[in-house]
Design a protein. Sequence first.
Length: 580
Amino acid sequence: MKRYRQLLVFLRPFWRPLLAALAFTGGLTLVGMAPPLIMRRLLNDVARQGNWGLFPLAIGLLFCVPVLRAVVNIGNAIALNRVNQGIVARTRKRLFRHLMRLSMDFYNDTPVGSINQRLMGDVGTVSQVVTGGLVGLVADVVSVGFAVVIMWQLSGPMSALTFGLLPFYFLNYKFFAKRIQQNTAFLRNRMDHISSMLQERLSAHELIQSYGQDRAENMHFASQAKQIMDAAINGASYSISFNHLSAFINKIGNTSIYCLGCYLFIRERMGYGDVVAFCAYATQLLGPVVRFSSFANQMVQAGVSVDRINEIMSHEPAIKEASDPVAVEELRGHVRLDGVTFHYGDEPALSNVQLEIQPGTHVAIVGPPGSGRTTLAMLLRRFFEPSDGCVRLDDRDIREYRLRDYRGSLALVLPESTVFTGTVRENLCYGNHEAAEERMIEVAKAVGIHDLVEDLAQGYDARLGAGGLTLSAGDRQRIGIARALLSDPLVLIADEATAVLDPESAEEANRAIRQLMAGRTCLFIVNRVLMAKDTDEVVVMNEGTVVERGTHEDLLSTEGTLYRELFGRQYGEDRLPAVS
């Protein structure tokens, strides 16, 4: 019942138009129940007793009822479609808004394909059930209630026979409901898996072809598709068996009712018009019972969708804003880490890190892979929370700042920059939609992307394909660097920002960052030691902690430093300077 109560949550904002639609539906259903009574009068009073004065009125009513229902049903269907589309749009916006609040741990654990399936598929399934199914349910409840009252008045024995058929529908539902629910949940999970797999494989088609793995991938996809096919066949078998058994019970019931009606008419215990009317109302009773069963089947499947949507909605962000956050007005860029420790699960990534970076300085963070440099950047951006210790900016714990303001004051450039479908201008100004044209062109020239853009037919208004795949990796990275600089950050974190660029382009991009971020705090996370030579200070990390600090020249000319060792590995020990 809890699951079905949650379905009503989707209807709450639309209760007024939906209530009006339900009222119209109930009224139309009552009007639609009139024809069997009219036929009863035609057969008993007109045909048998010759009361032909009622004939024009009865015939007129028989024609008016379907015309009235058709006219009102069109308006009702349009109104219900508006409600249905409103539920879909509102639920997707609500779900997407919640997704944008969730932290990195959720996205690390949840495949994108699974999220897409819930956002697009499950929301649509729920909306169809709670609008169309609910309206149909109301109509059937009204018709069943009306039919039961009239049937008892027409014949007690035939009513007892009709109601005696109802337990068979219930047993049919009980037998199949759990099986349909389990199969639906399994099928949706497999769809999540194959959607995620498709997204990965299609985005890596060059890699697959270059390694000659297309046949292996075909076999893997065929295996996954077969699992979905088998689950779909099982689900369809259950649903088909359920629906056909319900229809079989309905046909057996109607046949039994007709036979009993004929018997009672022959024994003159019921009039011919009474038998016809009763059989019509019995059909209108058993038909809704069949639809009740079908609706119950839909509710089972919708319940699975509700569970999948609520699984996301119940996921709380790991990064939460303070109850009384401090607005970010103007930061100086004074960064300090006080005994920061962080774990990925049981694996330690940072251990008691003590680090202070003065405002306006450009600092390179160097270390071997797995030393904790990227984790440090994520903590500074507050994508994760320290397990212990505190990250401070301008002598204030960053957890005290308003989250959106704080993140908007920092910019992060990752090793591979994302390019969205849209124009070059939209991608460059993504972090600052009000950036002036002159500033945009200045930054584009500084990072070396302006000439490429000028060669495009529409310049900065040229549209880029999905993921920017029409651009080289280097050009996408330049756009990412320019986007970060155009956001006018107070602190910039460049995590291997120029790793995909050739040395000349990397030097050009780093020079642009140093010039445009002059007087502001910059953290350069680098693998190549020479990339740190033009920074104010170098911080060397190893095994999750800071082990060395100093200038490029001092660390490189000091015997026994890890920095000197890394330089020797990368560029050869013959290029090492003499020890001072």
